[in-house]
Design a protein around this ligand. Structure first.
Ligand code: PLP
Length: 401
């Protein structure tokens, strides 16, 4: 039986685990070594002379525990290879600095992870790289944003915090017609929900700190893709920038991947129950969840998501004041930021704050955004608790507003 032919849940457990230690371990150890003995006659000094198939040299270039995680993630994304980074931001900045040069142009989702929007706006111009943030759910807008020097389109789907879904296959076609690559921040979909490379993307980015780590205890990131994209990036980003994941965390991340298919099923079940409950609640005016028919891009979501994940945004009829009271009233649901962990989290995301620091939209784009969430949204990351209890906590909290 070859691994590629096995189902997702089986690959999640077994990929990367065909090791054979003299001690007979059935679980991998954590490889805590910065250097490795090289084969006799091999005296590699620059990684430019290094052939990874001959073994390990220095942990910044590669480490067996990182390889375990990278191979498992690649098996779940259906890609040749993956690179583990210290965080999602390290993976993103590694991708941008590793693929773009002075004078190049980037097209970016205008609703995306705030840290990425801020980096592109405030740091990339220092390197002579320009960017056009656009609504990537609007294919005509993506096409119109392309310039002769556009080398990369970076799409976040579903995107924070309005869960905007972009059509990966259609944007891949646009990118490739213009000699550009497509990268997808697939953190919210997880490798269980969407495999962007299957739809034509060239790079997949994950914040491992979210669903992949899954328990809110690991900071990490990853890039996955075909070998011809990932091998050059391993040098340009991972090895020279030195922003790799630590072996202890790679071990935890690989262990977490065993249960990712199970966890994503539970996240989706809880989110579906909660989204349906909230959508019919009189104190709620809008629920944005890709699995709901009312979601503006539900058809695209249905096409490219096998699992709708656990993220949603909720607009309260009475806006911020009601949202803040809702958060205070919750019992076991935690009013904290971040997402993708076993515990359900809810957080207020003010439109003014996000627009001022990250998205900086104007005119029609700002109007489209506020039309969905008004002065802000309660972003909910539904955990893996029992769906009935999650719904009950929101019900009692809404009752007491
Ligand atoms: C959290 C997150 C990031 C950044 O990841 P870190 O691990 O915090 O650096 C990027 N994209 C999305 C969609 C995220 O949710």
């Amino acid at each position: 039986m070859t691994l590629q032919n096995l189902h997702t849940a089986t690959r999640a457990v077994h990929a990367g685990e065909d090791f054979d230690y003299p001690t007979g371990d059935v679980n991998p150890p954590i490889h805590m070594s910065t250097v490795y003995r090289q084969a006799p006659g091999s005296d590699v000094f620059s990684h430019r002379e290094y052939d990874p198939s001959t073994g390990f040299v220095y942990t910044r270039w590669g480490n067996p525990t990182l390889r375990l995680f990278e191979q498992k993630l690649a098996a779940l994304e259906g890609t040749d290879d993956a690179i583990a980074f210290a965080s999602g931001m390290a993976a993103t900045t590694g991708l941008l600095l590793g693929t773009l040069s002075q004078g190049d142009h980037l097209v970016l989702s205008n609703v995306c992870y705030a840290g990425i929007a801020e980096y592109v706006r405030h740091q990339l111009p220092k390197f002579g790289i320009s960017a056009s943030p656009v609504d990537t759910s609007d294919l005509a807008a993506v096409e119109a944003a392309i310039r002769p020097k556009t080398r990369l389109i970076f799409v976040d789907t579903p995107a924070n915090p309005i869960l905007r879904v972009s059509d990966i296959a259609a944007i891949a076609k646009i990118a490739h017609a213009h000699n550009a690559s497509l990268a997808v921040d697939s953190t919210w979909a997880s490798p269980i929900g969407t495999n962007p490379v299957e739809w034509g993307a060239d790079y997949v980015m994950h914040s491992v700190s979210k669903y992949i780590g899954g328990h809110g205890d690991i900071l990490g990131g990853a890039l996955a893709g075909p070998a011809d994209k990932i091998i050059p990036l391993r040098s340009a980003a991972g090895i020279y920038l030195g922003d790799g994941m630590a072996p202890e965390l790679a071990w935890l991340a690989a262990r977490s991947l065993h249960t990712l298919p199970l966890r994503m099923r539970a996240h989706e079940a809880g989110a579906t129950a909660l989204a349906q409950f909230l959508e019919s609640h009189p104190k709620v005016s809008r629920v944005l969840y890709p699995g709901l028919e009312s979601h503006p891009q539900h058809d695209v979501a249905k096409k490219q998501m096998r699992n709708f994940s656990g993220m949603m945004a909720v607009r309260m009829k009475d806006g911020e004041a009601a949202a803040k009271r809702l958060l205070e009233n919750l019992s076991f649901v935690l009013p904290v930021v971040s997402l993708g962990k076993t515990k359900t989290l809810a957080y207020w995301l003010s439109t003014d704050q996000l627009q001022q620091n990250a998205f900086c939209m104007e005119g029609n784009e700002l109007a489209k955004y506020t039309d969905l969430v008004g002065d802000g949204a309660v972003r909910i990351s539904v955990g893996i608790e029992d769906p009935a209890d999650i719904v009950a906590d929101f019900e009692q909290a809404l009752d007491r507003i």
